[in-house]
Design a protein around this ligand. Structure first.
Ligand code: MG
Length: 381
């Protein structure tokens, strides 16, 4: 089942302060929108994210999403409803099975909330699902500073996003919807669709007022972690080597079960180390024939996904390749670009260095290549 997400970020409201639309304001070192995108993109079941923006904010958008693997943003409309419909229409050429519709201002969605949302679709009769929290505070009517009556809070829910739907059903409902709908549940119900209630989470609160930024900052109580990785592969017959995801012509090859990319292997171990998730051999055992000759970019992508499923943010990676030859310098920028692509990072967060060992030791004798790597991440406590 292919699952795609739409994030609505077309609002231009500056009520939350800061002088720019709130989705572009920074919390814990990066824009709210980027937190929202990474939360969905990092979920293993979600294959892609399309963002709907106000085209006037294109420069803010480009800066916020640098390095993330996203399709071009979609231009939003005058209302949230119109913006969501524009996003849905943009998927029509290659329709997903399920679509999640999410607000950029709910930047901190726990993976478990998405798990529960998607699990609702095990019921084939269901068209949609929406996370919600029960209303626990008493509700009262009032006007002009005086209470005038009570509202029964039983069966009342505080609705959150992302809201998930079977794509053809919500597209048809949206196209037919009357204007003035506040969310996709309202549109789905008006169209007679069945929508399940799934567990919401207080972490998925909507940033609205200036004080919400302080709350968001407090919720993103990250701990900084750094971990290292190391790998060696020996030279053998061949006419090229793979290093940091780049194929380099050479008079020898590197010997290994996979493509023997020592740079990617060292960096994979470094990332796994940041979340104490074992090492590359635990996740991709050499005894498993699936990894024979495998391209190692998938090992690194897997490690990055594990960090993001933990809610982690990869701040920086640094690889040092240790060899006399091939010369790394001519390939350095291609390596940085490739690593940035695999990791979904801006290239300025990716460093590749090289050194020799002055002809000493096994690297000096050109018997093999060594790589060491360091990754620094923030992980929520
Ligand atoms: Mg290796």
């Amino acid at each position: 089942m292919r699952i795609h997400a739409i994030i609505v970020a077309a609002g231009s409201g500056i009520r939350a302060g800061g002088g720019i639309p709130k989705q572009y304001r920074s919390v814990a070192g990066q824009p709210l929108l980027r937190h929202a995108i990474e939360g969905l993109l990092g979920h293993p079941a979600i294959s892609g994210v399309t963002v709907v923006i106000n085209p006037d904010c294109r420069a803010l958008y480009d800066a916020a999403v640098a390095g993330l693997p996203l399709p071009a943003p979609v231009a939003g409309g005058a209302t949230r409803q119109a913006s969501v419909l524009a996003g849905l229409e943009a998927l029509a050429a290659d329709p997903p099975d399920l679509v999640l519709v999410h607000d950029a201002a709910r930047a901190f969605v726990p993976a478990a909330m998405i798990d529960a949302l998607l699990a609702a679709f095990n019921d084939p009769a269901l068209d949609g699902a929406c996370p919600a929290l029960p209303q626990v505070d008493s509700l009262r009517r009032g006007a002009d500073g005086r209470f005038s009556g009570s509202v029964d809070r039983d069966n009342l829910w505080r609705v959150q996003t992302p809201q998930a739907f079977r794509y053809p059903a919500i597209l048809a409902a949206h196209r037919a919807a009357a204007p003035g709908q506040t969310d996709e549940v309202a549109i789905a119900l008006a169209a007679g669709l069945g929508v399940a209630i799934t567990p919401g989470d207080e972490h998925a609160f909507k940033v609205t007022e200036p004080a919400d930024f302080a709350k968001a900052q407090a919720m993103t109580n990250y701990s900084f972690r750094a971990a290292s990785g190391f790998d060696v592969h020996k030279f053998g017959p061949g006419d090229h080597v793979w290093l940091c995801g780049v194929k380099i012509p050479h008079e020898a090859g590197l010997v290994g079960h996979s493509d023997a990319d020592a740079g990617l292997h060292a960096l994979t171990d470094a990332l796994l180390g940041t979340i104490a998730a074992g090492d590359i051999g635990d996740h991709f055992p050499p005894s498993d024939d699936r990894w024979k000759g495998a391209a190692s970019d998938q090992f690194l992508a897997h490690a990055a996904a594990l960090v993001r499923v933990r809610g982690g943010i990869i701040d920086h990676v640094d690889v040092t390749l240790i060899c006399e030859r091939p010369k790394i310098g001519p390939h350095r920028e291609a390596m940085r670009a490739r690593l940035a692509d695999i990791l979904g990072l801006a290239p300025n967060r990716v460093s590749v260095k090289a050194t020799t060992t002055e002809k000493l030791g096994f690297t000096g004798r050109q018997e093999g290549i060594a790589a060491q790597a360091m990754a620094s991440v923030r992980v929520p406590e």
